[in-house]
Design a protein around this ligand. Sequence first.
Ligand SMILES: NC(=O)c1ccc[n+]([C@@H]2O[C@H](COP(=O)([O-])OP(=O)(O)OC[C@H]3O[C@@H](n4cnc5c(N)ncnc54)[C@H](OP(=O)(O)O)[C@@H]3O)[C@@H](O)[C@H]2O)c1
Length: 326
Amino acid sequence: MSKTYSWGILAPGNIAGKFVAELKGLDNARILAVGSRDLNRAREFADIHGIPRSYGSYEELVSDPDIDIIYIASPHVFHAEQTKLCLRHHKAVLCEKAFGMNSEEVREMIDTAHMEQTFLMEAFFTPHQPSYREARQLIESGQVGEILHIHGWFGFNKSPYDPKGRLFNPALGGSAILDIGLYPLFDVLWFMGEPSELNAFADLTPDNIDQTITVNLQYEGGKSASIFASFLSATGVGTDIYCEKGMLRLRRTGALNQSLEILLPGESVRILNWDETSCGLKLEASETMKCLCENQLESPVMSHQCSIQLMKFLDLIREKIGTIKP
Ligand SMILES: NC(=O)c1ccc[n+]([C@@H]2O[C@H](COP(=O)([O-])OP(=O)(O)OC[C@H]3O[C@@H](n4cnc5c(N)ncnc54)[C@H](OP(=O)(O)O)[C@@H]3O)[C@@H](O)[C@H]2O)c1
């Protein structure tokens, strides 16, 4: 019989609520505790989700000896410090994206995981999802030919502009590329590998936050990719993969509803759909527990190297638009 793992939730905000709702559906997961900067907020979250233990500080949460895994769901600026805190208490960590604020932070987080011999994974949704795995298999099988171009986008309209809100606030890691543009960026890197050249253009707020960004990536052999992300445009999220023999369209509305459309000339469009029974945030949680069960310190699905590579390009893009120094 597989072991039941006890989870602690650090920072009970918006995504933590969605994650916990999915985690409850996993037989081998027990949500044991929640930690907030404010005990009342922790208690309120615990009451809503039926969580037995509440703590009024993150330190108390990581000191609970009965917790095996901590899910970190705070704004990105706090991820590095909080991950290191958890790892030093020998808690396995599943930490939300963006993993850190830059490559140096990500390196420190991974170094700490190695030093403490404790599991660490970025809570990055994509490579666990069946739609992406199916698309990758199709490409590897040669059925659609080589990829010539990928266009990926992620946008929603976050007006009215709130300079204090998480998305636009420099103190909370505000940035369209860090918050949502990293999804299409990951897709491009995952399907096409590293580009030979990259250019980026951004619309910046008065606080130097990229609220809309476009990125163009060039590859050897005339291949290319483009990315669009915006807090001002309700585009939804999608990735189109243009191949020699046809096209693949990845779509999703939220984490729990995904599709892959396969368009080949002369054939009717094939549409594959996945619903909440087979996709979502719970796949990251399942992968975490599978790795712990197998005594692995990192996941082969979302490896440390994947997180390092993603952050390397997030740094490069922000250097191009001038929001961080080279
Ligand atoms: N995987 C996904 O699909 C997905 C979706 C949305 C967001 N995310 C990621 O999840 C993280 C959190 O996003 P969110 O939208 O859930 O944020 P949020 O609702 O604003 O919640 C963040 C939580 O962090 C805690 N926090 C700690 N220090 C804070 C500070 N100085 N200011 C504000 N909050 C602070 C707060 O909890 P306490 O004060 O109660 O401790 C707050 O409830 C981000 O890194 C984001 O990129 C992932």
